[in-house]
Design a binder for this molecule. Structure first.
Ligand SMILES: *Cc1c(COP(=O)(O)O)cnc(C)c1O
Length: 428
């Protein structure tokens, strides 16, 4: 085993340090496998219930009328998320698009959008119009208000109660911390927040940005009162196989609004050819629970490795997990860059290139991204990225298999060791 790690340029010292960390994680890995087992059966049950058959993998072109595969997949998603309806489409190009679609279709001029969990994900700033942008909600006369989390990461219930007014139509709750240094929310916490909000104003639509959260727990936010859950298929629910796509699951009314916006008023869910990619959607969804488990193991392993080396890790090495993201603050740009180089060097695709910071559309500072993915930009595959700003935090996520995630983390550590940014010799 050491020999093959050596072929990847990983020293015995780094290997030994990794092994020492893994020894302490057996119990946690067992818990993760148990959640995966439960979710695997949940997906399987939905597929059997809706009689998924070989014909579901057939292609449709043109208008895509009566696409059985597309319509059945949406029923499978609705069952897994326990919602009335679902929209799962390759025409939804990414997570931001899915979220923008859910917001723009369910809000009307004069309405107000509220985020009770602080600043939303960077790309949503332009969707909402926090940063002015062509076609934003702000341009359509939809206002936005925000209540930050309290210092300790808990909800500011007083502030939220004050922020809700007669125009508040939709509340957006981001489950994952994304690029922020705040805790990720558990499904249970999201449920408490939704109950609080619905108690004040029952007709508010509660939407959850579910990106990176799917299958991390045994329940999803739609099972604790969310009217809508939204996410990307090149993250958790695509299982690494979906080459594109996004989903919106929720009440009939919410999904219908979204469908009529995605296609056209009057057409809704009836059109949208699947162009031969349905099998990857089904198979990816089927694999997603175990893929997510591998990614979670990688995240926890990374927290244990880097916390022991003195870096701030969010979540820390022992906290429970509610998404697959691991943030590690390297404090220096060289540390962030070295770690990302390691992740890139461990990839199955493009392992020979070196990632460079760049001005990525939708982000307000330079971003470095390491991803050697089969699907471009897929972050359920092993990837690390981070904005080039203090405290130089790498957001690490994914890994289609635990073994690959482990290699990437060891390679990232090796790059830090080689650059003399850490010294592990006294720790082994
Ligand atoms: C990834 C992500 C998005 C945006 O998804 P893209 O596919 O990158 O457009 C939105 N919110 C959260 C929390 C995310 O993690």
């Amino acid at each position: 085993m050491l020999d093959i790690y050596k072929d990847f340029g990983i020293s015995q010292e780094v290997c030994d340090f990794g092994s020492k960390m893994i020894k302490n994680l057996e119990e946690r890995f067992k818990e993760i496998d148990e959640v995966a087992e439960y979710n695997q059966l949940k997906v399987l049950k939905a597929m059997q219930k809706h009689k998924v058959a070989a014909e579901c993998f057939n292609t449709s072109t043109g208008y895509g009328y009566d696409d059985v595969g597309r319509d059945t997949l949406e029923k499978v998603y609705a069952s897994v998320f326990e919602t009335e309806d679902a929209l799962v489409r390759p025409q939804i190009t990414c997570g931001t698009h899915a979220l923008a679609l859910a917001l723009m279709s369910n809000l009307r001029p004069g309405d107000e959008l509220l985020s009770p969990v602080g600043k939303p994900y960077d790309t949503l700033e332009e969707v909402i119009g926090i940063r002015p942008s062509n076609g934003s909600l702000a341009e359509y006369g939809i206002t936005y208000s925000q209540v930050d989390l309290l210092e300790d990461g808990s909800f500011d219930f007083d502030g939220i109660a004050k922020a809700i007014n007669e125009r508040t139509k939709l509340v957006t709750i981001q489950r994952s911390k994304g690029y922020a240094n705040r805790p990720t929310l558990s499904v249970e916490q999201i449920g408490e927040l939704i109950s609080f909000i619905k108690n004040i104003k029952p007709d508010i639509i509660c939407m959850v940005d579910n990106c990176y959260g799917e299958f991390v727990e045994k329940i999803e936010p739609t099972q604790v009162g969310a009217d809508m859950c939204v996410g990307s298929l090149i993250k958790n629910p695509g299982g690494g196989l979906a080459p594109i796509g996004g989903y919106i699951v929720g009440t009939k009314a919410c999904v219908e609004n979204a469908a009529h916006r995605l296609t056209s008023p009057g057409l809704g869910k009836e059109v949208g050819a699947s162009l031969g990619i349905m099998q990857s959607f089904y198979q990816g969804f089927f694999l997603a629970p175990t893929v997510v488990a591998g990614a979670l193991k990688g995240a926890i392993f990374a927290a244990n490795v880097f916390e022991n080396l003195g870096f701030l890790c969010i979540p820390n090495s022992t906290e429970p997990r509610y998404d697959i993201i691991q943030a590690v603050s390297f404090l220096k740009p060289e540390g962030l860059i070295a770690f990302c180089e390691g992740i890139q060097a461990a990839a199955p695709v493009d392992s020979y290139v070196s990632p460079e910071p760049w001005d990525m559309p939708g982000y307000d500072s330079q971003v470095i991204m390491a991803a050697g993915a089969f699907v471009q930009g897929s972050s359920i595959e092993l990837s690390a990225d981070g904005p080039l700003r203090e405290p130089y935090t790498a957001f690490f996520q994914g890994g289609l298999t635990w073994n690959h995630a482990k290699l990437g983390i060891l390679k990232g550590l090796q790059k830090l060791v080689d650059a003399r940014l850490v010294n592990i010799s006294q720790l082994c």
